[in-house]
Design a protein. Structure first.
Length: 185
């Protein structure tokens, strides 16, 4: 029987989104949404998911008295704890990437420099989780992009990729798919 987030808790802020989504599902399952009060409850729950209701959206215009949730009222994960290395492999399959970057280089014989990069990107609300990857994997750094509200766990030091990242994914396999192919390349 398949297992889900109720048995294996999500550890990103998506856990909060799932919590409110699940409450909305139960409201609809119990046909609460067929009353005005129930419909407002479902829209209120939607206002707590992801970034809430967008200004000027159809829902915001139809339900002007509903406000977006404040982060301090959500059941957030304060200190994420990486459960095991297989979780990292699965998370990488969904959120990570393996890059080969090239750039002009005056020190290279060919005039082109090459850099290998392993990266996992998340919304900035999961900064603590991304930070926790650094001690967990024993390498990498946090790179913030405030314009796009995202944070990256990034490993670009060749010795770290060769001595830590490759042995890690050789031991804890990525599921077969595009990320696995990128890793193998």
């Amino acid at each position: 029987m398949p297992r889900g987030p109720d048995e294996y808790n999500l550890i990103t802020k998506k856990r909060t989104d799932y919590y409110y989504f699940k409450k909305a599902v139960f409201c609809i399952k119990n046909k609460e949404h067929l009353t005005q009060e129930g419909l407002e409850k479902v829209v209120s729950l939607k206002a707590c998911i992801n970034k809430g209701l967008s200004d000027g959206s159809t829902l915001m215009l139809a339900f002007p008295n509903i406000t977006n949730c404040l982060n301090d009222t959500m059941p957030l994960i304060k200190e994420p704890s990486i459960p095991n290395p297989n979780w990292v492999a699965g998370f990488t399959a969904g959120e990570g990437c393996f890059l080969v970057k090239t750039s002009k280089s005056s020190t290279s014989k060919l005039g082109i420099g090459v850099q290998l990069v392993f990266q996992i990107t998340q919304h900035s609300r999961d900064e603590e989780l991304i930070k926790s990857l650094i001690p967990y994997l024993g390498c990498g750094r946090l790179v913030k992009d405030p314009k796009l509200s995202k944070v990256n766990f990034m490993v670009s030091k060749f010795s770290d990729i060769q001595e830590k990242i490759i042995p890690f994914f050789d031991r804890y396999f990525l599921i077969e798919g595009e990320k696995y192919k990128d890793y193998r390349d």
